[in-house]
Every structure is written in C-alpha cells, then in structure tokens.
Design a protein around this ligand. Structure first.
Ligand SMILES: [Zn+2]
Length: 97
C-alpha cells in the first residue's frame, strides 16, 4: 500500500502562527485597556494578529491530502503528539513527516 504523507514543517508553522495570533490578540487587548498610552500596542497587536492569520491560511493550504486533495489543516493542527491523521474525505491515513 502506498504511504501518504503530510509535511510536518507546515503543521509546525501553523502552530507557530496560531501562537503568534494569540500573542497579537493579547497585546491588542492589553493596549486597548491602557487607553491612549496603549495605542501602539493596540495597533501592533492588531497587525501581528492579521499577519499571523493570513500566514496561517497560506500554511493551511499546503496541508492537503495527497490522495484526494482535500485541505486537512485542522486535522493536522489538532494532531498533538500524533504522527497520523486520517483524511475526513477519503479516510486515508496520512503520516506527518
Ligand atoms: Zn483524502
């Protein structure tokens, strides 16, 4: 049987972007709580958040099932500590490498 693989690097990059988006969100909300002094934080945090989400979408599109082409970004991102996910469309086992 042919082995289907997903590139682990894209999954790791998705994790990184999720963390970055979270950090941006926290900076923005901290900034908005600080009032006028926090405007830089609010702006910077919002920019980081938007950038991270855009990068997350780009990375997510790289995580496709090699058999049927379905995007399996959510499955791959949720696979903490696992090396295999199964494609929700065709059911094939995909190995994270
Ligand atoms: Zn598939």
């Amino acid at each position: 049987m042919k082995e289907y693989t997903l590139d682990k690097r894209w999954r790791n990059l998705c994790w990184l972007m999720l963390a970055l988006a979270m950090a941006g969100l926290m900076a923005a909300s901290a900034g908005s709580a600080m009032g006028a002094e926090g405007r830089g934080w609010l702006l910077g945090g919002t920019l980081v958040l938007i950038g991270a989400i855009a990068a997350l979408i780009v990375c997510g599109r790289k995580l496709r099932c090699p058999a049927c082409g379905r995007i399996v970004d959510r499955e791959a991102v949720q696979a903490f500590g696992k090396t295999q996910v199964s494609c929700p469309q065709c059911g094939r086992k995909l190995t994270l490498k």
